[in-house]
Design a protein. Structure first.
Length: 144
């Protein structure tokens, strides 16, 4: 990390640092998941989805790491982009998985798939306002 980023992180309360670490990890995991899908199936990885969703899910290989970098830099813009990306990601996943979820709600409880996506989206959305406030609030910068 550069000195500027270190100073920004040191000035944050511990709860904000914890939220940022979890969020960065989640977006990097999402990057990996979408990259693996593309590596396995190429540009047709999401061919069973509507074309706008195909484009969006492929774009997540760029959007997810962009969010992670903005959050690593402790930027409020990263929090806003994180909320937008996760809202769209969760809604898109719910849309494409709705038929099989409706057939068997127990599938929602699987540890891979809709459960972590939904919980992570809720985490990002619930923490967005407090995190954005602390990132934009004027605060003393620690020396040293």
């Amino acid at each position: 990390m550069t000195d500027s980023i270190r100073r920004r992180w040191r000035a944050l309360p511990p709860w904000a640092r914890a939220i940022l670490v979890v969020a960065i990890g989640g977006f990097l995991e999402g990057t990996g998941a979408h990259a693996v899908d593309l590596a396995r199936h190429g540009p047709h990885a999401y061919s069973s989805f509507a074309p706008p969703l195909q484009v969006f899910f492929i774009a997540l290989t760029v959007l997810d790491p962009l969010v992670a970098v903005l959050l690593l830099c402790a930027r409020a813009a990263g929090v806003l982009l994180a909320a937008v990306v996760m809202t769209a990601d969760a809604l898109g996943n719910w849309y494409v998985n709705w038929s099989w979820l409706r057939a068997d709600w127990a599938r929602l409880l699987h540890p891979v798939g809709m459960l972590p996506i939904t919980l992570f989206a809720l985490f990002v959305l619930v923490s967005a306002i407090p995190l954005a406030r602390v990132l934009t609030a004027p605060r003393p910068v620690p020396v040293g």
